[in-house]
Design a binder for this molecule. Structure first.
Ligand code: SF4
Length: 765
């Protein structure tokens, strides 16, 4: 029985326990957590101890710092009261607020406060330092022997806490304890009360259904444990009684048969701690993540790490999360609002001013370094494309349709972009098959040079670390404008080194009129008549035509006659105006970008589709982008390739202003390339991976997931470097050739329009 699953996803929270104090004024009959002062070295952990535990957790890849503590210990123990007085705290909650803040500031872990039955004021204070809070209802039966001597287990007080949390818009975790003396009717009553509170406020993100296990040294040590039948029944009750948007969790460390919990309907395993033992149940260590993954896999389900708040709340932060915590959440989020799943530490990052390097800029990072993979970072991504895997569910259905020749639309794309675990590899496998059918085993690149003629720009794209205002505005970095001689010298040098293309793009200089682009094109063609001029974004040509007051078509025709052969697809970012309003509010709109490319295609100029992903947008925006460009391609056939460009966050203003994510996760990168191959099948035959942003090891992996092209050698690439990318300023084809051959493919040099190909050595300059 249980709830009808709507997806294959089962979540868990990678977390570290911080037992702030083991003192508690309550005496619950089943508890081993609470201890007397004489058994403890100190009444509370010091802030330094808190930070040490949290840092260990962050290093191991946790997202959550779960604060566990007894209720109001200062009301019962003189030692607790004196410790708080000595350290300047009015109450345990007062100290908890300080501890949460320390963890946030030093580790970036998201505190989850579990401080028991609190009043409205305490809940509100904790809301400012913890994105989520929790308190088990346990049971509403007032006569349970287990709660004798536990004033905080008064049902009325706990219901009030649940209600206050709703009124204060606090994403809340609660739950029931099963088999500790309560009846089935009691369970139903508690679940109905939780459901009613959630219906009033929408704040209950999950309900834990926890089975009672007798523990040595407790009053209830001789009581029978909750039976599996009762636990399964309680989970099924929860799935039936609670609204469908309330997640149901059962702790997997308290049962032998994890699969039975999944069969009963849970969709979350709760916290998994790689560092400390579960301080609440120290005698039953958390099972390894592998055991959870295996149990899920045996039922066709996939694990996904989440944050302390579920995506429904993380993605509606203005309503649910204190504004001071928005960035802390964003910094650990993926595009779906789940936890980033690249292994490694995710510490808050701090940067000093950028230092000028040539015509670009380099980021100077200060403080502790994160060790997870990011686009632009000099670190190898994890391997997500292993050998073929078998998966079921909706992803399999979509992939079977793809292999049978069906086209994917929004619904299918949403299924594919939500893929996790083995599903990702299965999608990559199908993309690889489509790549093989379309391109054979050839991997192509173009020998080219970037010429970014100016970094002065009147636009204010919030993601752009490249553009500089005029010096008088005193913005960081040195503005430059290459003179004609310098442009010509670079073209001549590129030609002498065997380049077949120059790629021209730059900032929108206030002094440019539209004729600048015509003149630069002429300069290039005069210096190297056979050079392919690939240049000018949709923004540049639209701006050029506007400044001249000339219709776009006539203007583009003039640049074409001057020698322009194709346009880059940059300036697309995300083709969805809600996202553009954040990333590039004054730049071309979605319709304008599409119109410029349609006009260019109409004149016989080819172009490509780029997508800059991993900053502020979500999968729905990726889907919109892909479908809009595919529709245009259906009309014109003018796009040559699809180029995913992972957002490089390090020196990007929107990240430095704490308003964006840290670029895509590696899983998202793999999916974007593979799904691009699938979505554009029969429409755009080339999928390119950007070595500048991904590094060669990343590109080599993507070559097995739908990618057939590695772009240009790009002597003098500056734009990604200006945003903080650490990969070099040029690609060495000879070196890449060895690597490509190692995976059974052949590296060939191509022209910009994929017309002819040559062996790497044949034309090496
Ligand atoms: S992305 Fe282009 S248009 Fe936007 S600020 Fe940077 S250089 Fe200017």
């Amino acid at each position: 029985m249980g709830r009808q699953r709507t997806s294959t996803r089962v979540t868990f929270s990678p977390k570290v326990f911080i037992p702030l104090t083991h003192l508690c004024r309550d005496r619950c009959g089943y508890c081993t957590f609470a201890q007397a002062p004489r058994h403890l070295p100190a009444p509370y952990l010091s802030l330094d101890e808190v930070e040490t535990i949290a840092t260990q957790g962050a290093r191991a890849g946790c997202h959550e710092a779960l604060f566990t503590l007894g209720e109001y210990p200062e009301e019962r123990y003189r030692e607790a009261r004196e410790w708080l007085d000595e350290h300047g705290y009015a109450s345990t909650v007062d100290y908890l607020v300080a501890a949460c803040q320390r963890v946030l500031d030093t580790t970036g872990l998201l505190p989850h406060a579990n401080a028991g039955a609190l009043g409205r004021e305490d809940l509100a204070r904790l809301r400012a330092v913890a994105p989520s809070q929790g308190m088990m209802i346990e049971s509403l039966n007032p006569d349970l022997a287990a709660h004798r001597g536990a004033p905080d287990k008064d049902p009325q007080r706990r219901l009030e806490t649940l209600e206050y949390a709703g009124e204060l818009s606090i994403p809340f975790t609660t739950g029931i304890l099963v088999g500790f003396g309560e009846s089935r009717v009691d369970r139903i009553e508690a679940l109905e009360a939780i459901a009613a509170s959630h219906i009033r406020h929408g704040h209950v993100q999950e309900v834990i259904v926890q089975n009672f296990v007798p523990k040595a040294g407790t009053v209830m040590r001789d009581e029978p444990a909750c039976s599996m039948e009762d636990l399964v029944d309680a989970i099924e009750l929860a799935c039936t009684i609670l609204p469908a948007d309330v997640h149901v969790q059962a702790p997997p460390n308290l049962v032998d048969d994890i699969g039975a919990l999944l069969d009963a309907g849970i969709d979350d395993f709760g916290g998994v701690s790689p560092v400390t033992a579960d301080h609440v149940n120290p005698e039953r260590p958390w099972p390894a993540l592998d055991a959870l993954r295996d149990a899920a896999a045996s039922r066709g389900l996939e694990l996904a790490p989440r944050l302390t708040v579920y995506p429904e709340f993380a993605l509606d932060a203005d309503r649910w999360i204190d504004s001071g915590l928005h960035f802390a959440l964003l910094d650990r989020s993926d595009a779906e609002g789940l936890g980033r799943d690249d292994p490694g530490a995710v510490f808050p990052e701090a940067y000093a001013d950028a230092a000028n390097v040539g015509t670009g800029a380099e980021v100077v990072q200060i403080g502790r370094r994160s060790t997870a993979w990011y686009s632009g970072a000099d670190r190898e991504p994890t391997t997500l494309i292993p050998n073929p895997v078998a998966v079921g569910g909706a992803v399999r259905e979509v992939l079977d349709g793809v292999l049978a020749g069906e086209r994917v639309y929004a619904e299918e794309l949403a299924v594919l972009f939500a893929a996790r675990g083995r599903e990702v590899a299965a999608i990559a496998e199908v993309a690889d098959e489509l790549r093989s059918r379309a391109n054979g085993s050839d991997v192509t690149f173009v020998r080219n040079r970037n010429i970014n003629y100016t970094n002065v720009c009147t636009y204010k794209c919030t993601f752009c670390g490249f553009s500089k205002g005029p010096l008088s505005l005193n913005l960081r970095g040195r503005p430059y404008l290459l003179d004609d001689d310098e442009i010509v010298a670079r073209v001549v040098e590129a030609a002498s080194r065997g380049a077949s293309e120059v790629c021209l793009q730059g900032g929108i200089h206030p002094d440019f009129d539209g004729d600048y682009y015509v003149r630069v094109t002429e300069l290039v063609k005069q210096a190297a008549p056979t050079m392919h001029v690939h240049g000018f974004t949709a923004l540049e040509v639209l701006e050029g035509s506007r400044r001249l007051g000339e219709p776009l078509e006539s203007y583009l025709t003039r640049i074409k006659e001057a020698g322009l052969a194709s346009l880059p697809g940059t300036a697309a970012e995300i083709l969805h105006d809600d996202v553009r309003a954040i990333l590039c509010p004054d730049k071309v709109t979605t319709d304008e970008w599409l119109m410029v490319h349609e006009t260019a295609h109409g004149l016989g100029l080819r172009s490509n589709v780029t997508i800059m992903f991993g900053s502020v947008e979500h999968p729905e925006h990726w889907i919109s982008h892909i479908l809009a460009t595919r529709d245009l391609q259906d009309r014109t056939g003018g796009f040559t390739e699809f180029i995913p460009l992972p957002f490089v966050h390090m020196a990007s203003p929107v990240y430095l202003k704490r308003k964006a994510r840290r670029g895509p996760t590696w899983r998202e990168v793999v999916l974007m390339h593979a799904i691009g191959r699938i979505a554009y099948r029969g429409s755009i035959d080339n999928v390119q991976a950007s070595w500048v942003k991904l590094g060669i090891p990343g590109v080599l992996q993507l070559l097995k997931g739908g990618v057939n092209d590695v772009g240009g050698t790009l002597m003098d690439e500056n734009i990604s470097r200006a945003a903080g990318a650490a990969h070099g300023q040029g690609l060495d084809p000879e070196q890449l050739q060895t690597e490509v051959e190692r995976i059974g493919r052949r590296l060939l040099q191509r022209t910009t329009l994929y017309k002819q190909t040559h062996d790497v050595q044949e034309v090496a300059g």
